[in-house]
Design a protein around this ligand. Structure first.
Ligand code: SF4
Ligand code: SF4
Length: 283
């Protein structure tokens, strides 16, 4: 089962939900937790452990100027403006390249070959029995978050339960993380901003055809607007976490609620059962 944890905006407690859910489930089974927030991965802070790392690369074109006659076909083909053909050379802008490989195919002189370019790192660790943590990290300045997320997902695909902690928001990296998931937990706060961003996240999940349920975090008990929205959109509120200074303190010192206060594990088990029910699997 592939389960995404997402939120329309940052700071709602999305990582808190993903880490505690993974920690709870790992006591009785195999769980893979994937940090898809590749521009700012932080799940390793909650699960410190030695990790193995490898590069994430994408193929980019390299022009052999001795074969090139500067016909311009590659530049015309590239929809992303990554190639500009001048009378005496071809300019390549790697940050614009999407690795489609088309320029190599259209070159009549076979002057283009592909070479791997490093765009990020993938690290894998086993911080506790039953839990594998896969973290994608985008290289500084690289705009290619999506291929790093795709690689992290592919690497994690073998686990029976895979939990993906997405980036905040509703942009392309979030869509990439959500794609192919069986269900999605949308974490929100009962504030006007929280509700606005929840609406966007619900819309993205619906467009991708992924069943979604809601977690209200840091609730002060005044959740009326959020509850009304959920009722109107036929969304189940699967869990409500109260605003609590002790929970905030546990989180901010890099610890886990379910590790410090194991009585919370039953709530995360109940959350997981509801996620399974969302996918049509009971219990
Ligand atoms: S298509 Fe090939 S030959 Fe034409 S400009 Fe591009 S690299 Fe050169
Ligand atoms: S691989 Fe595709 S995106 Fe990259 S330069 Fe070639 S045509 Fe453009």
């Amino acid at each position: 089962m592939k389960l995404a944890v997402a939120s329309g905006k940052g700071g709602t407690g999305k990582s808190m939900m993903a880490t505690n859910l993974a920690f709870t489930l790992a006591w009785t089974g195999q769980v893979t937790l994937v940090d898809c927030d590749v521009e700012e991965p932080n799940l390793h802070l909650f699960f410190p452990a030695p990790a193995t790392t490898r590069d994430v690369t994408m193929p980019v074109p390299v022009v052999n100027e001795s074969l090139c006659d500067h016909c311009g076909k590659c530049g015309k083909f590239c929809q992303y403006g990554a190639l500009t053909v001048l009378p005496d050379r071809v300019l390549f802008f790697p940050e614009l390249c999407h690795s489609c490989g088309g320029c190599r195919l259209v070159c009549p002189k076979n002057a283009i070959r592909e070479e791997p370019k490093k765009i990020g790192t993938l690290s894998t660790s086993a911080p506790m029995p039953g839990l594998t943590l896969v973290s994608g990290t985008l290289d500084e300045g690289s705009p290619h978050a999506v291929p790093v997320i795709r690689d992290a997902k592919k690497h994690a695909a073998r686990g029976p339960v895979v939990i993906l902690d997405t980036a905040p928001g509703t942009s392309c990296p979030v869509v990439e993380a959500l794609e192919g998931c069986d269900a999605c937990i949308l974490v929100t706060e009962s504030t006007p901003f929280g509700l606005h961003d929840l609406q966007l996240a619900v819309d993205v999940a619906a467009r991708l055809g992924i069943p979604a349920g809601i977690v209200i975090n840091r609730s002060d008990g005044n959740d009326r607007e959020t509850l009304r929205f959920c009722t109107d959109h036929d969304l189940e509120v699967m869990m409500t976490v109260p605003f609590d200074r002790e929970i905030a303190a546990i989180q901010s010192r890099g610890d886990l609620l379910c590790r410090v206060k194991p009585e919370w594990q039953k709530d995360f088990w109940a959350l997981f059962a509801k996620c399974r029910a969302l996918t049509g699997v009971d219990g």
